[in-house]
Design a protein around this ligand. Structure first.
Ligand code: NCD
Length: 306
């Protein structure tokens, strides 16, 4: 059976720390890695829209000297003819050495992995998980703060449908002394199953609030998210909730001087463009980090050392 990354806990904390160390080395000495994946092929199977995740996977493989193939919408694959995801993945695994797959249905990459002869990486499954965004977030936190323990992190926005939030809460719950502040409207609270599995089971204290202003002064990291329009059942609810939180320079006035602001992107309007100039904004660095950590992950799954 090939090694798949469907959930962030498919990697141990030690393995995640190793990936971060490899990514740091790639950033310091990129030339060392430029032929690491020569003659290897990555397929990106994206059944759902993406800019950063797909292109960072492709850019990562190209920077390792490998090549890429794939599709960026279901309509241009045989899915449009009625082929099952299992058969599509089985086919692609005959051509590629590793597959990154995004799908609107929760659990689809897990199901597809049963039909693959090569490693499958979940690049986002519906409102469920997004483990490689989490690796990106962890690398970013590590670079910004110099550690992955002992801080207060606020998650703000759509905690119900935001898969990046679910994966990051899960990942961080395995590090020491992290305080979680969950900031959302009532309707978009973190799902009970994430709270149960990640926080309650491990006895980790957390607080829930609908006021970003009230908790801003205590945050070391603020993880903003967009309201996930495509996962709402009716437009009326989306319209009512879409502007719940808009981060502006004024709102940051009572924040810590060494706060780090993260966002998986894309942003809609939840962070005003003026915040980009604030030295505490780390989300554009996060975009760059996504490529380096994916380089490290691809090498690990293909069992390539340099
Ligand atoms: C996120 C996603 O696809 O879940 N984007 C990303 O991969 N960087 C966040 C989002 O779409 O809001």
């Amino acid at each position: 059976m090939p090694r798949n990354i469907i959930d962030v806990t498919d990697l141990t904390v030690e393995e995640i720390n190793e990936l971060i160390a490899t990514a740091e080395d790639i950033i310091a000495s990129p030339a060392k890695y430029q032929a690491a994946c020569a003659h290897k092929q990555l397929a990106t199977l994206f059944f759902e829209p993406s800019t950063r995740t797909r292109l960072s996977f492709e850019s990562a493989m190209l920077a390792l000297g490998g090549s890429v193939l794939g599709f960026s919408e279901a309509a241009s694959s045989s899915t449009a003819k009625g082929e099952t995801v299992g058969d599509t993945v089985h086919t692609v695994s005959c051509y590629a050495d590793i597959i990154a797959m995004r799908h609107p249905k929760e659990g689809a990459p897990f199901a597809a992995a049963q039909f693959s002869e090569v490693p499958i990486i979940n690049a986002g499954d519906g409102g469920h998980n997004h483990p490689t965004q989490t690796l990106t977030d962890l690398l970013t936190i590590h670079r910004e703060k110099g550690r992955l323990d002992g801080f207060t992190i606020g998650f703000c926005g759509d905690l119900k449908f935001g898969r990046t939030v679910h994966s990051l809460v899960n990942a961080l719950s395995r590090y020491e002394n992290i305080r979680f502040v969950l900031i959302s409207p009532m309707e978009l609270k973190l799902p009970r199953y994430v709270k149960e599995e990640a926080l309650k089971k491990r006895g980790i204290p957390y607080e829930q609030t609908d006021s970003l202003d009230a908790v801003m002064p205590k945050l070391d990291i603020l993880y903003m998210t967009r309201v996930q329009k495509e996962r709402f059942f009716n437009e009326e609810d989306y319209l009512r909730l879409k502007d719940s939180y808009i981060l502006t320079p004024e709102k940051l006035e009572n924040a810590k001087a060494d706060l780090s602001i993260l966002h998986p992107l894309p942003r809609v309007n939840e962070i005003s463009v003026a915040v980009d100039r604030d030295p505490r904004a780390a989300y554009w660095k996060q975009v760059k980090n996504g490529k380096f950590i994916r380089m490290a992950l691809i090498m690990k799954l293909l069992d390539i050392q340099v």
